[in-house]
Ligand binder design. Structure first.
Ligand code: ADP
Ligand code: MG
Length: 598
């Protein structure tokens, strides 16, 4: 196994050293020009930081961040100039407005598939820019002049050295908050968004909720930047909040490295400094003035995306010694236990599948299939490829909607519930096509399974008030990994594992949900002989511990030695049900199933 070489986390001293340097900068004999540049870099970084969280981590693109900057800027500028309201009140109103707009835009678009958010952010950016440019009370295209400076504890911060540390304090605190968030329960939920919603929802995570969370945080960071910007420039006009600027913010994040908090700072610094130089240089080269730097940025963006998709930070990170990516975890000593659910008594009717049916257009993939699972049993669901096993599985777990029939779990109807709700009732699953978050460690992936047994939210994570629960989550994840014999791999990145171990990690993740029933979809597919034997041992051990399992398998030999009963499917219908011996002896099964094999 190659060493884990994610250099994303700064070493312990890097953050304090950087913060200290930025905060003493105005006290040093640095020319005013560079203080101004540093102010701009801090302002841009705030916006780019939001894009790292939203786009880089969450996989959602927004072109409209400049418009949120505009909301923060115009709100405070208008209140201060027209109504002599304190900038601090303007800050609160501006942030609240940005949150409201983000919630409305997000609620409309984030439930839909990927492309609606970028389109909506473009529309919103254009609409807001048009509004700012056409409203008399907002000064139309001239904007608002005479915006006051910010006062803090009776000291006027001005627009240069005084304001520098406020800008950078906000940017650094925001960076710290985002870093902390990413290493937490809600942060793992956001980091799982890029891997598609099916897995996260099966772990009980509302993907919509976390998309919205990331969108709102990004909007708030942009509005904070706008507020500082308005009182730094002492005037506002629509130009800096246009779609062009929104694209430039995205460019900063991509150039710096959109998957990394520090990429936001690096990208902002490079863009600000180069932009400033180009504005002087290009007109001299070309002979006329104009925003030619936009063309240069466009070309650079294409080159970066093609040759360095991880951005410039990847090159800086390479200078640092490779760090093993270990989350905030130092062993289970003293960790509290997560809550557990009441377990069914042996023999209790656990799952009652009642004539479930699924049609895809004209194809009846599952044709009125019924079977039951009692607590403590391992039931096999077998059949040739295309028999409808996975579809049945997805009907039980709520991934697919039923065309007919019903499903009851522990006496309660669960047919038609979303998979999140079914997970909450104690059914957990793995996937035929493994769904791990490749850039998270094995331990973090398994901790996703503990999501429903824990509670920490975004604010608690940012304030680091979630550490006791986080320890409990990781202790549980480690325990489940030990249960399947994979504790020694817990700090590996999941994406670095071979398929066999990945399938075992999926089982550990499902076990971390504390399930009453475990559903495994072809856990042995693609495994080597030895890995299959090891998996068989794990399943036998889980059964000995009293767990109930529904095992969907294509491989007949694998299920024969493991299961109490077997349901055989063919062409969407239930062919027969019986003990392994009965199934093996059945000429019907032989003809239908084995016939296709041999
Ligand atoms: P198995 O898991 O037993 O191999 P599946 O349940 O995956 O079989 O598929 C059963 C049948 O349903 C197949 O003919 C497959 O092509 C079809 N099918 C599965 N999913 C879909 C879908 N989303 N849309 C249309 N047809 C589907
Ligand atoms: Mg299948």
């Amino acid at each position: 196994m190659p060493p884990v070489t994610r250099r994303a986390l700064p070493t312990r001293w890097a953050f304090p050293a950087f913060a200290l340097f930025m905060l003493v900068l105005p006290l040093l004999p640095v020319p005013d020009f560079w203080i101004t540049q540093s102010n701009y870099i801090g302002l841009y970084s705030l916006v780019a930081l939001g894009l790292v969280l939203l786009t880089g981590v969450g996989g959602l693109t927004s072109f409209g961040q400049a418009a949120f900057v505009g909301v923060g800027a115009y709100t405070s500028a208008y209140l201060a100039t027209a109504h002599a309201v304190s900038p601090w009140i303007g800050l609160v109103v501006g942030v609240v407005l940005a949150v409201v707009v983000a919630l409305v835009l997000g609620a409309i678009t984030l439930r839909m598939s990927g492309h609606y958010l970028p389109l909506a952010t473009i529309a919103w950016g254009l609409a807001l820019n048009y509004t700012m440019g056409n409203m008399g009370w907002l000064g139309k295209y001239d904007g608002l002049q005479g915006v006051p400076t910010i006062g803090l504890f009776g000291v006027d911060l001005g627009t240069g050295r005084g304001l520098h540390d406020l800008i950078w304090a906000v940017a650094l605190v925001a960076a710290l908050a985002v870093i902390r968030l990413l290493d937490s329960r809600p942060g793992r939920a956001i980091r799982s968004l890029k891997s598609g919603s099916m897995m996260a929802e099966a772990m009980g995570i509302s993907t919509f909720r976390y998309k919205l969370t990331a969108f709102v945080i990004a909007a708030v960071l942009a509005a904070l930047s706008g507020w500082l910007f308005a009182h730094f420039q002492r005037s506002v006009n629509p130009t800096p909040f246009s779609i062009a600027k929104g694209i430039e913010y995205l460019f900063m994040a991509v150039l710096g490295g959109i998957g990394n908090v520090w990429g936001a700072f690096l990208g902002s610094a490079v863009v600000r400094i180069v932009e400033d130089q180009l504005q002087v240089l290009l007109p001299r080269l070309i002979g006329t003035s104009g925003n030619f730097e936009v063309i240069v940025f466009g070309i650079v963006l294409v080159v970066v995306l093609k040759y360095a998709p991880e951005g410039l930070w990847a090159f800086v990170g390479r200078l640092a010694p490779p760090a093993r990516r270990v989350p905030d975890w130092h062993g289970p000593q003293g960790a509290a236990a997560l809550p557990t659910r009441g377990k069914p008594a042996r023999g209790e009717l656990l799952l009652d599948v009642q004539a479930v049916r699924k049609q895809f257009g004209g194809l009846v993939a599952v044709n009125d299939v019924s079977f039951q699972i009692r607590a403590g049993d391992i039931v096999g669901l077998i059949g040739p490829n295309g028999a409808g096993k996975s579809t049945t599985f997805n009907l039980i777990t709520g991934v697919l909607a039923l065309s007919g029939g019903g499903v009851a779990f522990r006496g309660e109807p669960v047919g038609g519930l979303p998979s999140r709700q079914i997970a909450r009732r104690g059914i957990s699953r793995t996937f035929q096509h493994v769904k791990l978050v490749p850039e998270m460690t094995v331990l973090e992936n398994v901790a996703l399974g503990g999501y429903l047994r824990s509670r920490a939210g975004t604010l608690r994570a940012m304030l680091r008030l979630d550490r006791a629960e986080e320890r409990a989550l990781f202790a549980e994840a480690e325990r489940q990994l030990a249960r399947i014999g994979m504790a020694d791999k817990m700090h590996e990145l999941a994406g670095n594992l071979a398929l066999g171990p990945q399938r075992l990690v999926e089982i550990a993740r499902a076990l971390a949900t504390d399930p009453a029933l475990l559903l495994l979809d072809e856990p042995a597919a693609g495994l080597r002989h030895k890995e299959k034997a090891a998996l068989g041992d794990v399943l036998r051990q889980l059964k000995a511990e009293g767990l109930s399992i529904l095992l969907v398998e294509h491989d007949m030999d694998f299920v024969m030695g493991l299961t109490d009963r077997i349901v055989v499917m063919e062409f969407g219908t239930r062919l027969m049900e019986g003990t392994p011996a009965e199934v093996q002896a059945s000429p019907q099964v032989r003809a239908a199933y084995l016939g296709t094999e041999h």
